[in-house]
Design a protein around this ligand. Structure first.
Ligand SMILES: [Cu+2]
Length: 72
């Protein structure tokens, strides 16, 4: 249970897609920035980067799953 890649760097306006290739639901949640809600197995969720920032995020179901989206 990992985000792959765990860290990415994107430009403002880029779309970041999380695809759940696992057999259980996951989320991509950066409090106050974005929250996918539950992403079912086989589904995906897209977030459009805006502004600058370094956003750490977790899966709320599996707190060991962490990642970072940087918009430098
Ligand atoms: Cu999870």
């Amino acid at each position: 249970m990992v985000f792959h890649p765990a860290s990415i760097e994107v430009k403002p306006g880029d779309q970041v897609v999380w695809r759940n290739k696992d057999v259980v639901p996951h989320t991509a949640t950066a409090k106050g920035v974005f929250d996918s809600g539950s992403i079912a197995p086989g589904k995906s969720w897209t977030w459009k980067a805006k502004g600058k920032g370094r956003h750490g995020y977790v899966c709320v179901y599996h707190p060991g799953m962490i990642g970072t989206v940087s918009v430098p």
